[in-house]
Write a protein that binds this ligand. Structure first.
Ligand code: CP3
Length: 361
């Protein structure tokens, strides 16, 4: 595939497009043999993230192989806490772990705001190298974790099922909790701004753990800080035109609240009924999602059927609808079959045009 494909950006701006664009969360990852080969060459995951030429190589692998409509920067959400000095390591079989997690209000008070170009310069270098290599082929998505999700890892020190420590802090010392969320938010705004200046053409905020909160606490401890991020970027002329997508996993009941932040799009996990979501907020925001990622571990026939169901659930793109971007409802898993990704991309690219016909209604 050659030439320049800006379908994804046009769709994200709510423009009328000829078919539904597709990209996939974690599209560069362990299900791809070429990713595993590059990672082996790098030695470990963090070296891969911190070496711009290698990060570029893995970013482009799924674009070259499948003809997806957007590339996503190869990095991780935990780069900001790492730059704050918490000491990120990726333990085989465990996932990301911090050597120096935050264990007290005093630890939080000591945190500094990283300089995005200095302390996270390897990320900006990766963005610049990738934009050069892509040469306009498809747009490049930049990203961050949400303040709540980053704070969860910073306090728990690793992935968690119960969120005992972070929720303990939230209930027992809300002042310290807000102090932590504020410094992370300020750092995220700097980080996303630097990504845009380096060449990121859209932004996504991964709120992986917002769905663990009550509605009231979601609004106070997660959404309020994502709101600050959206407002800051929309009010800065350097970033105002860059579309931003919010994704709260497990946040299906809060779509109206999320859309009201002024973001451009919402990522939906697979538990959300896409047709209902379209009725609720489809005229305000672009909807991105939401095939169950585990389908990608089954057969190509299942993948094609389930992809059609997602396209049908969004249905016809009518005047006034902001539109749909195809994705999974969460990241593709290491057991996914590469052939299924090919089947998925083909199905969406070939079958979605029928949902973009002229209709007046
Ligand atoms: O989407 C992409 O292709 C871009 C790259 C990307 C990665 N992580 C690469 C990665 C993105 C956007 C992320 C975001 C991320 N990282 C999130 C938010 C999205 C989500 O999944 O909810 C979270 C929570 C993290 C934290 C993180 N990083 C975890 C939990 C893990 C371990 C996951 C696992 O499956 O073992 C990582 C490591 C990681 N980040 C890998 C990749 C490809 C696996 C690294 C490897 O072993 O090679």
């Amino acid at each position: 595939m050659s030439g320049s494909n800006d379908l994804y950006l046009r769709a994200l701006r709510g423009e009328k497009v000829e078919r539904t664009p597709i990209w996939v969360m974690r599209q560069a990852g362990r299900y791809l043999p070429e990713y595993r080969a590059t990672r082996a060459r790098a030695g470990d995951f963090l070296t891969l993230c911190k070496t711009p030429e290698m990060a570029c190589e893995v970013t482009l692998q799924p674009i070259d192989r499948f003809g997806l409509d957007a590339a996503i920067l190869f990095s991780d959400i935990l780069t900001i806490p790492d730059a704050m000095g918490l000491g990120l390591v990726l333990e085989e079989g465990v996932g990301p772990v911090f050597e120096r997690p935050l264990r007290s209000a005093a630890d939080i008070a000591k945190l500094g705001r990283p300089d995005a170009e200095q302390d996270l310069g390897y990320v900006m270098d990766a963005v610049r190298v990738i934009r050069g290599e892509l040469n306009g082929r498809v747009p490049l998505i930049g990203f961050t974790g949400s303040p709540w999700t980053l704070a969860s890892y910073m306090v728990e020190g690793r992935g968690s099922k119960e969120f005992r420590l972070i929720k303990g802090l939230m209930f027992e010392d809300p002042k310290a909790m807000h102090q932590l969320l504020q410094i992370v938010t300020d750092s995220v705004i700097d980080y996303l701004t630097a990504q845009v200046l380096a060449g990121a053409q859209s932004l996504m905020v991964f709120d992986t753990w917002g769905g663990m909160l009550s509605t009231e606490n979601y609004q106070r401890f997660s959404l309020a800080y994502m709101q600050q991020i959206v407002s800051a970027l929309k009010n800065d002329q350097r970033t105002a035109a860059t579309p931003i997508v919010l994704f709260t996993k497990g946040g299906g009941q809060w779509l109206e609240l999320m859309a009201a932040t002024g973001c451009d799009g919402l990522g939906l996990d697979w538990t959300v009924d896409l047709a209902t979501a379209k009725d609720r907020v489809g005229e305000q925001v672009v909807l991105q999602g939401n095939l169950d990622p585990t389908v990608m571990n089954t057969g190509a026939a299942q993948v094609r059927d389930e992809a059609d169901k997602v396209l049908q659930a969004y249905g016809q793109h009518k005047t006034g609808d902001k539109g749909h971007i195809f994705n999974l409802g969460h990241g593709i898993q290491p057991h996914a079959k590469p052939d299924n990704m090919q089947a998925l991309v083909q199905q969406v690219q070939q079958h979605s045009a029928a949902f973009h016909g002229e209709t007046s209604d």
